[in-house]
Design a protein around this ligand. Structure first.
Ligand code: XMP
Length: 504
């Protein structure tokens, strides 16, 4: 196990993702005492980036004793600076702060950079920098503006990098993590097949003959969680599927059809009117999210009252939710409604979160291991607030219809053209913009639909996909012809960061 000590940086869960890619288990923790760290018995420690400056008075630093544990330590960005400060080097504001893709150059031999090109591109995001390395450290990488972009003490296996190897823009990043895992001597035996078998056995043992309730969204996470539970307890599991009316076209029926085939009780509730009512006049994205999340819980509450007392409540929480919601220091970019609002009204004894330790692609892998159909397992993620956050501004029934129809056309054409396989997420959104057009002989003043398609495996960073022009023009043509109220189609070619994947 590799322990990741989190100092609140935006990319921190990516670090865990990169470690897991090497079939090595890791955990992310914030502000752990040395005793707790020692009890976890990590084979290596990674100190993450963070928004603070190590020379601030109350800056969060790792316990000094970790440097005496005898395990390899890798400091990244703020983590590198924290290591520098603790071990006696110096950190100061950089003359030129670096942000974005930056050329790095190896200037010394290093196990951490084994097989890495002498010159490559890395992602930088810092205002402080290491000015002088601690004793017994040598500099291994420099950039134009950062003479100590990486340093190490190979005898003690202490490594520090100013750049972010976890971010996809760092070309050699994966190699760096793979090398670190080898330096730690990890066995690379964290496999999904054993995870599934172990989890079902654990759930059986824990739940016994108890009753279980699951809120099913039809998305990958809650579906995989539900199937894990159904394999463990069969009909003692009841799944409640709330249709908030913000689902994609035909989605509610599709979800129902899939779950009819599983050994569980399935209850579907159509609550679209209620959600629309609550959302009337609301334009602020975070308020929309909160309203949808809260209303979801209210509906669920009513259904669960009818079901009566249960022993366990299932949550499809996955590891990124755990990490994102567990931190005090990272800035809140968006609140994800499937965490946070626990339904405390439901009469249950305990929450079960069978996917709590998995990243999204690991959840899909678990789904495959469970024998779920590929179309469900590889389903693109769909946010809890649904189309509510793909309609910029106020949500109305008319706008939902527009975005549903446009999105269905987009997905159909993308699938037909066979380009869907490479895309992590693709959808249509309704902009809050109306513009002038001409149709037949008349002037129109109608809505603009935005199309988005991104490439990513972790959803923390993403690149816009290059959809073939022929496909886009068919989609645009069909949308303006077939969807009433749309006279313009735009394609979003922004990466994340600085944009996000969703529009709100
Ligand atoms: P962003 O827009 O933050 O999206 O780049 C990253 C991933 O998260 C999904 N997303 C959400 N999921 N509730 C959810 O359950 C939300 O409020 C929410 N907002 C974004 C988004 O679809 C993408 O996969």
């Amino acid at each position: 196990m590799i322990l990741i000590l989190d100092f609140g940086g935006q990319y921190n869960q990516l670090i865990a993702r990169r470690v897991r890619e090497n079939n090595v288990y890791c955990e992310v923790h914030t502000a752990l005492s040395f005793d707790k760290i020692r009890a976890l018995n990590p084979e290596g420690i990674i100190l993450t980036g963070g928004p603070q400056s190590v020379y601030e008075k109350d800056s969060l630093l790792p316990p000094i004793e970790i440097f005496k544990l005898g395990v390899p330590i890798l400091g990244i960005c703020y983590g590198a600076q924290a290591m520098t400060k603790i071990l006696g080097g110096s950190v100061k504001p950089a003359e030129v702060s670096e942000y974005g893709k930056t050329e790095i150059e190896l200037v010394g031999a290093s196990k951490l950079f084994a097989g890495v090109e002498k010159k490559s591109v890395a992602w930088m995001s810092h205002t402080d920098r290491i000015f002088s390395a601690p004793e017994n450290f040598s500099v291994t990488v420099k950039t134009k503006n950062c003479p100590v972009a990486a340093m190490e003490n190979p005898a003690q296996n202490f490594y520090a990098v100013q750049f972010h190897p976890e971010v996809v823009h760092t070309v050699e990043g994966k190699k760096i993590f793979s090398n670190f895992v080898d330096i730690c001597g990890c066995k690379r035996d964290w496999k999904m097949s054993s995870f599934v078998v172990d989890t079902i056995a654990k759930l059986k043992k824990k739940i016994g003959g108890g009753k279980v309730l699951c809120a099913l969204s039809g998305g990958v996470d809650s579906s995989v969680a539900a199937v894990l539970l159904s394999k463990a307890v069969g009909k003692n599991l009841t799944c409640v599927f709330v249709d908030h009316g913000l689902l994609r076209k035909n989605e509610a029926a599709e979800v129902e059809a899939v779950f009819k085939n599983f050994d569980l009780n399935f209850i579907k509730v159509d609550a679209s009117e209620r959600f629309l009512e609550k959302l009337r006049g609301v334009v602020e994205p975070e308020r929309k999210r909160k309203i949808i999340g809260e209303e979801f819980i209210r509906v669920f509450e009513e259904v669960s009252k009818k079901i009566g007392a249960v022993d366990f409540l299932v949550q499809g929480t996955i590891y990124p939710d755990v990490i994102e919601s567990g931190l005090g220091k990272s800035a809140v970019i968006k609140s994800h409604h499937n965490v946070g609002g626990l339904p405390d009204f439901v009469d249950f004894k305990e929450i079960v979160e069978p996917l709590r330790l998995l990243f999204k692609d690991e959840v899909r892998q678990a789904g495959r291991e469970l024998g779920l159909p590929e179309n469900l397992v590889s389903r693109q993620p769909f946010p809890g607030p649904g189309l509510g956050i793909r309609i910029i501004g106020e949500v109305t029934a008319e706008k939902i219809k527009i975005v549903q129809e446009a999105d269905a056309i987009y997905r159909e054409e993308i699938f037909k053209a066979g380009v869907d396989k490479n895309l992590a997420q693709y959808f249509a959104a309704l902009t809050n913009m109306r513009s002038v057009g001409v149709m037949g002989d008349g002037r129109t003043y109608d809505n603009a639909i935005a199309l988005r398609a991104v490439l990513t495996s972790d959803f923390m960073t993403a690149e816009p996909a290059q959809i073939p022009w022929e496909v886009l023009s068919v989609v645009a043509n069909r949308i303006v012809n077939e969807v009433h109220g749309v006279n313009r189609v735009l394609y979003d070619c922004t990466s994340k960061p600085p944009a996000t994947i969703e529009f709100e």
